[in-house]
Design a protein around this ligand. Structure first.
Ligand SMILES: O=C(O)c1cc(=O)[nH]c(=O)n1[C@@H]1O[C@H](COP(=O)(O)O)[C@@H](O)[C@H]1O
Length: 259
């Protein structure tokens, strides 16, 4: 389905075994900046300066603060995952990717549910990016359980649906997937070279909130996730830097045990 080089996979960077575990953990933690305004997001960024390297800008922040907030985060030397979850006709999605690619973002999401034509257009657009850009196909949202899926006519289990969507995305040249940590092991076994990004991360005892398919940081890494996306357990903590450090410590232990 795809005759160009897929956009750059990040897996080799994320799985380097030459780094100390604490350093490796920092390269795998993405903090979701789900805030309504740039000042609110930057206040959190200030508190995490020195402990976190990756930040995710999603729809809430991007629709308010636009490219400016992305450029500010990049100018501070961080990597940005722009989570726009694009889902539209192929021409529109391709155009949207060409619009944001020059920003210098490292990851960008599209919905795998858009189907092969949309995914191929997305992959082609990313391949023409002036900067290395890894597209991630969002499979089944981590907030969805069997009931949510059945309600929209999908009778597959979340795990089967994730595998189906990832298979289509991979065939269209999309190098990475977003899935819950509960499906990471099956995708890792099936797609050893692809990048797996898992939200739905909850340290033991943390509030689940609207997430349905969750796991702890250590279990998500053990399942094969390359990157963990963490929002509220850090951003809503009384001391976000301490919460990030605790998660990084747990990730370091998980990485050491996996060796
Ligand atoms: O694409 C995503 O990042 C994403 C996909 C998914 O299936 N589930 C999911 O929670 N996310 C994002 O990951 C973050 C999770 O935030 P917390 O639940 O607060 O940790 C949010 O920014 C979501 O938009």
């Amino acid at each position: 389905m795809h005759d160009q080089e897929p956009s750059a996979p990040l897996r080799t960077v994320a799985t380097s075994h030459t780094l100390p575990k604490s350093r490796e953990a920092r390269k795998k933690l993405i903090v979701a900046l789900d805030f309504p305004t740039a000042p609110a997001a930057l206040a959190l960024l200030d508190r995490l300066e020195g402990s976190c390297e990756w930040f995710k800008v999603g729809l809430e922040l991007y629709l308010n603060a636009g490219n400016g907030i992305v450029e500010t985060i990049l100018s501070r030397g961080h990597s940005v995952f722009l989570d726009l979850k694009l889902h539209d006709i192929p021409n529109t999605v391709g155009g949207a990717i060409r619009s944001v690619a020059p920003l210098g973002i490292t990851m960008l999401t599209v919905h795998a549910f858009g189907g092969p034509a949309m995914l191929t257009a997305a992959s082609d657009a990313a391949a023409s990016s002036p900067n290395p850009l890894t597209l991630l196909a969002v499979t089944v949202l981590t907030s969805m359980d069997n009931f949510q899926l059945e309600s929209i006519g999908i009778t597959e289990t979340p795990a089967n649906q994730v595998l189906r969507l990832a298979t289509v995305a991979q065939a269209c040249g999309i190098p990475g997937f977003v899935c819950s940590p509960q499906e990471a092991a099956q995708l890792r076994a099936r797609f050893p070279q692809n990048t797996i990004v898992s939200p739905g991360i909850r340290p033991s005892g943390a509030a689940k909130g609207d997430q349905a398919r969750i796991a702890t940081p250590a279990n998500a890494l053990a399942a094969g996730a390359d990157y963990l996306v963490v929002g509220r357990p850090i951003t809503q903590a009384a001391d976000p830097a301490a919460a990030a450090r605790a998660i990084l410590d747990e990730m370091s232990v998980g990485l050491a045990e996996a060796d």
